[in-house]
Design a protein around this ligand. Structure first.
Ligand code: 5AD
Ligand code: SF4
Length: 486
């Protein structure tokens, strides 16, 4: 193993790419001394937002399983409904309140029909940001718990059931949470998220994350390895190491030799038998150190796909966003990364219409996309987040201008994405087979570049990595033929 690279703790951080996922997972009801353990109860967990929330929802299910809760796919009949929320943009937060309206009706119907009570919890970043305000606005809510307190769910449920009162837990103690979570996992498939770092103290002026997730904390190496091993033992072949600013990872080396950054951690995790693919997200340009770039080039288990947001192409806007780097810095970094790993595909996040963004500034973002070239992307209109510096900046951009800019930007980004996918036709890619495709018949898996890939093959391939020759490509997915090796 090459030497670790200690890095500046104050360097910048980033947030993971947004995905909307609605995850529940099958839990095994077990005996408990907290609740009525013999009666299996049902929990419905709905996840909004980023990969970290997907991970947190799975961990909530892990915490609830020993006290008799099994996860279900629909809320109607659930004894406990948890909304794991996202506060990153206005729309994401508003969705929570409309969902709570629907949950209230379900709860009333369930209780009126004598099917038992329904406890309602709001977790995640809206919970952290709005606290008790949620219960005032939506009295159906019994519990509000921030992202660092979900290990206390059993305790909170006991309090709500015993005292019939509301419970609010929004303290920050990330390490305590990780210490108290079960060390084993019960994964749903062959690819899993693993949180290695949480929080952000970079304070980009548009972003609520530093306020909702707290200061940056890295998990100890041994804890990560234990969790990765548990996943591997349960059939997981691919692990995505996640963190709001994952490449700011910095923790004590287990052998006492100093501190490890993300590169050293990846090389260590790569030694775990059964783990064949590693990814990491989300990275900040400021924290992309040489050791990590070298690891991208030298570690064969690391997939050739990097999510590295720039947000905007104009130096003036980057400065106003407090991103702490210029476009030239980003461009140099990309050149270095491509030199180390020529087959890498890039993904990015973009915001249009940040306060003060002129037509010329926006053209700089278009130029950045033209010059860099992205295989996939996430792009958004700037959304005012109360309490962030951007909210009170002058020269807010009108909504119609933001919409026009977003349309132009997305036309370009989607064109690049389609072109990238087309460039893979004729190539044979390793696909991790996740299951049967939606319309049955075909198998479905993920390429090294994360595109969903459909092809014909026997179900015995599920959970394995197989070569697939790409024969067709759309904007979001690939089709191909399984290249039988025997
Ligand atoms: N408005 C619009 N987009 C935002 N993001 C974060 N905060 C905002 C905001 N206030 C985007 C950034 C970030 C991604 C996860 O969400 O692009 O990288
Ligand atoms: Fe990422 Fe900036 Fe938000 Fe931190 S403040 S999570 S670096 S966008």
């Amino acid at each position: 193993m090459s030497s670790p690279s200690p890095r500046d703790k104050n360097a910048s951080r980033d947030i993971e790419a947004p995905v909307i996922a609605q995850g529940t997972k099958k839990g095994n009801a077990q005996a408990s001394d907290i609740n009525d353990a013999k009666q299996t109860k049902k929990v419905f967990i709905k996840t909004y937002g980023c990969q970290m929330n997907v991970y947190d929802s799975e961990r909530m299910a892990d915490v609830l399983s020993p006290i008799g809760y099994a996860a279900v796919d629909a809320p109607d009949d659930a004894d406990l409904v948890v909304l794991n929320t996202c506060h990153i943009r206005e729309k994401a937060a508003e969705k929570v309140y409309s969902e709570l309206g629907r949950v209230r009706k379900m709860k009333e119907t369930k209780e009126a029909e004598g099917r038992g009570e329904m406890t309602v919890a709001v977790a995640g970043c809206v919970a952290q940001a709005e606290g008790a305000e949620i219960m005032r606005r939506a009295p159906v809510v019994d519990m509000v718990l921030g992202p660092q307190t979900y290990h206390k769910l059993p305790e909170m449920i006991a309090k709500v059931t015993r005292a019939k009162g509301d419970v609010l837990e929004t303290e920050f103690d990330t390490l305590e949470k990780f210490d108290q979570l079960p060390t084993t996992r019960d994964p749903k498939g062959f690819s899993a998220f693993l949180t290695i770092q949480e929080g952000c103290d970079k304070f980009c002026t548009f972003c609520v994350v530093p306020y909702t997730r707290g200061a940056e904390v890295s998990r100890p190496v041994d804890q990560i390895v234990m969790e990765a091993r548990s996943l591997a033992q349960k059939g997981v072949r691919e692990i995505t190491l996640i963190g709001q600013n994952v490449n700011a990872y910095l923790a004590d080396a287990p052998d006492g030799s100093g501190q490890w950054g993300l590169g050293a951690l990846i090389r260590h995790v790569a030694k775990i038998g059964g783990i064949d693919r590693i990814r990491f997200t989300t990275s900040h340009p400021r924290d992309m150190d040489d050791d990590l770039i070298e690891t991208l080039g030298s570690e064969p288990k690391l997939m050739p796909y990097l999510h590295l947001p720039i947000q905007a192409g104009s130096n003036k806007i980057l400065r106003a966003m407090n991103r702490d780097h210029t476009y030239a810095h980003y461009k140099e970094l990309i050149a270095k990364i491509r030199a180390a790993r020529p087959d890498i595909a890039l993904s990015g996040d973009f915001i249009v219409g940040f306060p003060g963004e002129t037509d010329a500034d926006f053209e700089d973002t278009m130029k950045c996309v033209e010059e860099i070239g992205y295989g996939s992307s996430f792009s958004f209109k700037y959304s005012i987040r109360p309490g962030t510096p951007g909210a009170s900046m002058p020269r807010q951009v009108p909504e119609d201008v933001k919409s026009e800019r977003l349309k132009r930007l997305q036309d370009l980004l989607y064109k690049q994405q389609t072109e990238f996918n087309h460039s893979l036709i004729g190539r044979t890619l390793d696909v991790l087979v996740e299951g049967v495709g939606r319309d049955g018949g075909q198998l479905f898996g993920r390429s090294p570049y994360l595109q969903g890939t459909h092809f014909d093959g026997p179900e015995s391939l599920i959970g394995t990595i197989v070569p697939v020759t790409i024969t067709g490509a759309g904007r979001n997915s690939l089709t191909g033929e399984w290249t039988q090796t025997e």
